[in-house]
Design a protein around this ligand. Structure first.
Ligand code: CUA
Length: 155
């Protein structure tokens, strides 16, 4: 069957658009894969202590029952070492590393994030049960890794 010139142009156009589409989704997949999805913001890891808001790590109240907690992870401790929140507080944690890769995990909750130097990890949780929760580094980071822990106290 004879293919008209116009049909051939549309065929070439269609194949080209398919190629462009595939290139776009492939690129998007590669960019997404570049950092874990919990890393939303970049930061200079050598200047963490001078970079707001990490120059004043700790807890901030941002609304009724809503808090933000800024943490610096460095071998082998978290700053702040303890936070105290009321029952039913919804806390968004922002965590960055001043040195190597760490973990940020509160095993009794769903809070679990990798902390990569150069990036700010974000994870949030509503603390509905009073008690003292252990916050641990669950990513091997060196000789003091097992000692790297902090506390979240829910009142
Ligand atoms: Cu920090 Cu393991």
């Amino acid at each position: 069957m004879h293919i008209h010139r116009a049909e051939r142009i549309w065929l070439v156009f269609g194949v080209s658009m398919l190629a462009v589409f595939l290139a776009v989704i492939t690129t998007a997949a590669v960019v997404d894969g570049f950092v874990p999805p919990s890393h939303v913001q970049s930061i200079d890891p050598t200047r963490v202590s001078q970079t707001p808001p990490f120059d004043h790590p700790g807890l901030r109240k941002v609304g009724p029952n809503a808090y933000e907690a800024y943490y610096i992870a460095r071998i082998f401790a978290f700053t702040p070492s303890t936070i105290v929140v009321p029952r039913n507080a919804h806390v968004t944690f922002f965590v960055t590393s001043a040195d190597v890769e760490h973990g940020f995990s509160i095993p009794e909750t769903g809070v679990n994030a990798m902390v990569t130097p150069g990036w700010v990890s974000e994870v949030s949780h509503t603390f509905s049960t009073p008690g003292t929760l252990l916050l641990i580094c669950n990513e091997y980071c060196g000789s003091g890794h097992q000692l790297m822990a902090a506390k979240v106290i829910v009142r």
